[in-house]
Design a protein. Structure first.
Length: 214
């Protein structure tokens, strides 16, 4: 049985900047599941939040498991609903459980993955997890199109992680990839809604939460 030291897992303190953008883009007047045209005032606030969010997210160059060079903001999240998991292929503690659950989410979403929502696994160990290693890992677990694994420089991955609020304030703990949290960050860049959820929850619960931001 895998033992997880929950006291030392990275917390997620989603960036106040992202939360502030979300609150400006949504004044609380809409209701979940209710489709209605935004008022001119709401549309202006959403556009303003999106403009500032574009400058917030790093647009660093990363490499996919297909060996393609992409930009984090322009190519991976802009205008999309996404679920992001930080992982690494040699992890033997929380990663296998997290990946198994994300695969359950993929199966439940079916062909919506790659169209309505995109799944990303961002490695915390880029020195080992080359595109070739990530592709082999993706094939082994049965990842389908729309579920992409990504690597890059350590500095760029750390920047993305910190901007998404996935870090520990203690630099020693933060530098220890084995202490990373069992969490998914999910959001809709087009609306500015971003949240985090424990990755061990049932896939149905994760999908319901995702529906609130899509």
């Amino acid at each position: 049985m895998v033992k997880i030291n929950r006291k030392s897992l990275w917390p997620v303190a989603l960036s106040l900047a992202v939360i502030a953008l979300t609150s400006e883009a949504h004044d609380g007047s809409e209701h979940q599941g209710e489709a209605s045209a935004p008022s001119p005032r709401q549309a202006t606030r959403v556009a303003s939040a999106m403009d500032r969010m574009e400058g917030y997210f790093p647009n660093v160059a990363l490499q996919t498991d297909d060996g393609e060079t992409v930009r984090f903001y322009d190519d991976l999240i802009k205008g999309k609903s996404v679920i992001i998991s930080f992982m690494y292929t040699s992890c033997t503690s929380v990663c296998p459980l997290t990946t198994k659950n994300l695969m359950a989410v993929q199966r439940a979403l079916g062909d919506r993955v790659g169209t309505d929502v995109f799944l990303y696994g961002i490695t915390l160990d880029p020195a080992h997890d080359t595109p070739t290693v990530l592709k082999r890992f993706a094939r082994a677990i049965g990842a389908q199109p729309g579920f992409t694994f990504v690597t890059g420089t350590q500095a760029d991955i750390d920047l993305v992680r910190h901007k998404l609020g996935v870090y520990d304030p203690d630099p020693v703990i933060d530098a220890d990839k084995s202490q990373h949290g069992a969490l998914f960050v999910y959001g809709n860049e087009a609306t500015g809604k971003w949240q985090a959820i424990p990755s061990m929850l049932p896939a149905s619960r994760i999908i319901r939460s995702l529906g609130a931001v899509m």
